[in-house]
Ligand binder design. Sequence first.
Ligand SMILES: [Zn+2]
Length: 474
Amino acid sequence: MRATIRKVLVGTAALAVVASTAATVDTIGAPGVGDPFFPLAGNGGIDVSDYGLDLAYDPTTRGLQGTATLQVLATQDLSRFDLDLRGFRVGTVTVNGDRASVRRNGQELVITASRTIRKGSAFTVVVPYDGVPQTVVDPDGTSEGWVYTDDGAVVVGEPQGAPGWYPANDTPRDKATYTVRMTVPRGVTAVGNGFLLSRSTSGGRTTFTWRENYPMATYLTTITLGRFDVSTGRTASGIPVYLAVDPRQRSAASSVMGKLPAMVSFLENMYGPYPFETVGGIVDNAPALGYSLETQTKPVFNVAPDEATLLHELSHMWFGDAVTLRTWPDIWLNEGFATWSEWIWAERQGGPSAGQRFRELAATPAGDSSFWNPPPGDPGAPADLFDRTIYDRGAMTLEALRERIGHRRFITVMGRWYAEHRYGNVSTREFIALAEEVSGQDLGVFFSAWLYQPGKPGGLAGGAAAATPTTGRR
Ligand SMILES: [Zn+2]
């Protein structure tokens, strides 16, 4: 949508009020934004510009105590609005300093302000809360949100884990900046997105303050806790690097994590400048997680990653984190792009070419229904968001496009996709339109076959079995 930062900190809230009128349907924010897979995720009538999370965690009791301060813009008149929050006891909520009434309804935290908030005004919501975080279980059975480890927690949010640790407008369409202050027992390191603003210890407890100045979707937030070795550096383009590695993963991680700066340079040359102010990673020892995730500026790894996994998660900084899907069924815009990025990296490192990878996979027989289905543009159900076909057939779609329109035009498409949409949200329809514009071709039939029609796209030869499945990363 736009190539500029979409939001800035709203600052001290200004409130416009209307004479006290009874709440009407017109002034009630919807409980969800109508995502086809997660209809109650996100909320109508609000646009959060900044989250200030002041948190303390005790690994012994597993108690999380927090105060969330949200700077919000009203996108309609609001007598009532929702946030998303899973579990926790909630204290006295205020809106612009005035006590609001609150009730819970499943994942909805329903807030009724003492006065109607006018469309277009900025306001401040403060939510005190505490309790033992409950790990969120996804439709595909995997864990997210606050996932316990033996030395703390690994915190991830795709697609709906953020409300497992703070009150959020949990939709990828509502990006915001964040300040996260986390107080933990001395010896525990808290790693968040963006910059480490400060770190101070007193009375046996250490407070870490992290700041992300760039727009971030809720599903990309983290505050991962545990025992970590921290190292810092810079990429060739001068981006500060912050790496946190669980000491038990240190030897397995050291050589691959050493490639991070070169990978960032590679991706910058391929797609355009790195989108954020900091880069790095969190290598945890988290068997309960079972996958890696592209948390913004610092992807989280459940174990020391292999080279392909590191490249995959870093490429999501461009495709996923900076350029973000608008609805979850468009997940191939994240995963197909990250998988194709793995292929082109391997090709340029002297490994098999992207074309070879494509042909190996294309040889998968049409009868191998689980390889070819669901089609990547139409996963069908939330449990299939991270099916193998989203990754492999998604990347094959891009490689097929590259072979059809030529490498130069293809790279123009990828670079413009990033430049024109970074910090915003996108849909598959917009990608198809861009590819058609750059190539001057009508690609409707091509994309329909690759993205939307079940089964093996026509015109591909059958033959040998497919290559090893891709698992364990998002
Ligand atoms: Zn991924």
